[in-house]
Design a protein around this ligand. Sequence first.
Ligand code: NAD
Length: 418
Amino acid sequence: MSTFSGAVFKMAEQQFETIADHIGIPTHERARILMPKRAITVACPIRRDDGTIAVFEGYRVQHHLTFGPTKGGTRYAANVDLGEIAALAIWMSWKCALAGLPYGGAKGGIAVDPYSLSPRELEGLSRRYMQEMIPFVGPDTDVPAPDMGTNEQVMAWFMDTYSSYQGATVPGVVTGKPVAIGGTVGRREATGRGVAHLAARAMDHLGIAPSGATAIVQGYGNVGSYSARTLQDMGLRILGVSDHTACYYDPRGLDLDAIDAHVAKHGVLAGWSSEAAFDPSQLLTQPCDVLVPAAVERVIDAEVAAGLKCRILAEGANGPTTPEADLVLDERGDIFVVPDILCNSGGVIVSYFEWVQGLQRLFWEEEEVTRRTNIILDRAFNQVLERARVDGVSNRIAAMTIGVERVLDGKRRRGIFP
Ligand code: NAD
């Protein structure tokens, strides 16, 4: 596949080949499952605050259209490229299929450091990106959501831009919107809460009591902060947290109230404490019960995997563990992995609920959102454990196998133009 390149895309390809070998997908059928249906690249010019014009490259990849519209987040990061976005779109497909949602996977992004933009520039770029995407997205076509570097405000600009061109408010075009304009209660917290819920299922499975247990969280944005908060509410002590600006560790447990107050004021962890400052390269390998990587891909390579001292690896981020690291984890056999496409699926599940509520103009109570989310998470968790047991494979292979199989089945049933 010449259009897509890079380490992250190779990883998605490699993982798919492992699954295809495992369930014996004939070679001639593999490209049909793996090859993204559409890849869109757009140039997004904006006027900077100093009066100059800058052009940023934007992407959207829609992996497959077999079950309905495509669905996936939007990442703003300096090093984002088409290959990474394609990999994330492919993972979204397996994730949605595992959760039983009527979506194909998608992902979008802009190659920009969002922290380098002023609020006016961020709004201009977000609106320009959505304006360029209007022919390709929509409630029945492709529904963007937030991911790294984007948030509710960016989704509000997306919806407003799309709606202005339609001449009517279209809440179903994006999820992760502010509740005040058609978002759902519980979406902001959904991914982190889901991570904690599944970490608790894993603790229960291993016989670890939450009170007295410990956790470390890498990445303190949407997913990381709500994972940490929910795990703490369950009784765990949070020993370490980090973001791209700082890393803190305290074996007695960190004061999350103080950290959250600092982040609310400054936007990042930097400047919170000098006593608790810690070497970020050592954070993942500190002893703890639950380790939550909730930042970027490929942070756990073979070397880090060999040094991990956690009991449970709860993958909040997408693709944090490389295939080489998976081999090490398989060999070790002492770490219970809740793989990304299961672990962080609370986000897309509640996005699905937001989309449904937007289409119906009928809004649910938070209790309903949480109850239904946990039903889907528990079902997927049970199916993954059962499949891992029956096939004698890792939780990751089991989870991806279920996802890939469902997409394959859907494609076979719908058929192909002769
Ligand atoms: P975010 O932008 O809200 O937060 C990302 C955090 O990671 C920030 O705190 C940032 O400083 C930190 N970070 C970046 N590089 C880092 C590094 N090298 N070391 C330590 N920290 C670093 O993004 P998010 O929405 O929380 O997404 C985090 C991860 O979770 C991504 O992999 C994303 O794809 C995945 N995810 C997000 C959602 C969602 O609903 N937002 C759903 C599923 C999966």
